[in-house]
Design a binder for this molecule. Structure first.
Ligand SMILES: Cc1cc2nc3c(=O)[nH]c(=O)nc-3n(C[C@H](O)[C@H](O)[C@H](O)COP(=O)(O)OP(=O)(O)OC[C@H]3O[C@@H](n4cnc5c(N)ncnc54)[C@H](O)[C@@H]3O)c2cc1C
Length: 387
């Protein structure tokens, strides 16, 4: 079946990227009445994501959705135990369902936005329009934004390293008080590394409730039972034996410097993780989506060629080199992160991860790492570029 109406913007997927862009579009007087179509394959999206991010405490945009904030960060490994204030930042948690619900309500109130529950299976670009194919229909748009991540794209190439941040988490309630609700355990490397970069991520919601997540930065996912065995073992080492599990979450976030934007064209743009908006060295995406969504809407007001939107910065190179090292020496993550947290001020680390640090700070951060390892990798990367 063909749909003859031509939308100004078609979005594939209604996750964080599409909804944040949409939030900005609806605030923009020149674009808020554009005809928009959102195609999402899952009509039952609920709490499928727990988004955490850091930002200045006084920033209010996400306040209606924030379920918990932490003022302090804990980092642990066999060589370092650090518990420090994150001030002037705080670490915040959002559960996705509340955000989806609010955005769906806003969408329902807009007569110029249509939502279709169907799977996008392809698109074809012509001079003046893009045809988007779904399982049951085809749709026409002037611009097409795609947030459907394609693992095949990154896994069928060898030029850029590809890791995943993969995890299983349990929301638990303990019989006794075990947690400090003011402190988020960002990384606890005191778990067997087994040749990879493995750590626990513990987000206490109260003294006896927490999200406990077993996380790896590595190439391949594990069987679900392996993540759960490690969570059980970790809780045991903390003397946490009597607890109930209220919810679980699992996921895999791409960690790669693959240049997704090379697939952007005049009328087609890849957004969110599918557009490379995930920070390659950490998997953090939420704040990058927030920034990109705001600048994309400013860009759209000028009606430009979409392929001109993305610009590569020096942080892309840092991430590439870091991932090169982590992919080759996957067991060295605990050492690399310990040295970073031991030798650098917390505020500087988070500015660096936010891509807002100065060159001087970046040089100091680089000197906290084993320089020889990175120089060797840089040489390998350069030699590869010339062959
Ligand atoms: C469990 C989990 C927890 C995370 N936690 C954090 C965090 O704490 N902090 C952080 O910064 N980042 C986090 N991330 C990474 C990132 O922020 C999220 O993945 C974020 O949702 C990415 O937004 P997106 O729009 O790119 O993709 P998504 O939110 O995944 O949206 C893509 C949408 O496309 C839909 N879709 C898929 N295929 C099709 C198709 N063929 N046709 C139509 N629709 C389709 C999906 O149903 C989905 O709704 C997390 C990721 C996961 C998986």
């Amino acid at each position: 079946m063909n749909n003859e109406k031509q939308y100004t913007f078609i979005f594939a997927g209604a996750g964080a990227a599409t909804l944040q862009i949409l939030g900005n579009l609806l605030e923009c007087p020149q674009l808020s009445n554009a005809n928009i179509l959102i195609i999402e394959q899952d009509s039952q999206k609920k709490n499928d994501r727990t988004w955490c991010f850091w930002e200045p405490k006084e920033k209010m945009e996400w306040t209606p959705y924030v379920v918990k904030e932490w003022e302090k960060i804990q980092f642990s490994s066999s060589s370092l135990s650090l518990n420090k204030s994150l001030s002037p930042l705080t670490y915040k948690m959002i559960r996705s369902e509340a955000y989806y619900k609010t955005m769906h309500e806003r969408i329902r109130q807009h007569r110029s936005i249509d939502v279709v529950y169907d799977a996008v299976i392809g698109h074809h670009e012509e001079d003046e329009r893009v045809t988007v194919r779904t399982t049951n229909n085809t749709y026409l748009g002037t611009y097409f934004f795609n947030s459907v991540f394609d693992w095949g794209l990154v896994q069928n190439q060898k030029r850029y390293p590809v890791l995943q941040q993969h995890f299983v988490g349990w929301f638990i309630k303990t019989e006794l008080d075990h947690f400090d609700p003011t402190t988020a355990t960002f990384m606890d490397f005191c778990v067997p590394q087994l040749g990879n970069t493995r750590f626990m991520y513990v987000l206490p919601l109260s003294k006896n409730e927490a999200l406990v997540e077993y996380t790896l930065f590595s190439k391949d996912r594990l069987k679900r039972a392996s993540y759960e065995r490690e969570i059980r073992r970790y809780l045991n080492t903390k003397n946490i034996r009597n607890y109930t599990i209220s919810e679980t979450e699992e996921g895999s976030i791409p960690m790669t410097s693959y240049p997704f934007s090379k697939h952007n064209t005049k009328r087609v743009m890849h957004i969110g993780s599918a557009g490379g908006w995930t920070k390659a060295s950490t998997g953090f995406t939420f704040t990058f989506i927030e920034r990109k969504a705001a600048s994309l809407v400013l860009f759209l007001k000028e009606n430009k060629d979409l392929s001109l939107f993305e610009k590569r910065n020096r942080f892309w190179w840092y991430d590439l080199l870091f991932l090169d090292v982590l992919a080759r020496y996957n067991n060295k993550g605990t050492m690399l992160f310990s040295r970073l947290f031991e030798r650098t001020q917390l505020a500087t680390i988070f500015r660096f991860l936010d891509e807002k640090s100065s060159l001087g700070e970046e040089v100091r951060i680089m000197r906290s790492f084993p320089v020889g390892l990175f120089i060797m990798q840089l040489i390998r990367r350069l030699m590869r570029a010339f062959h």
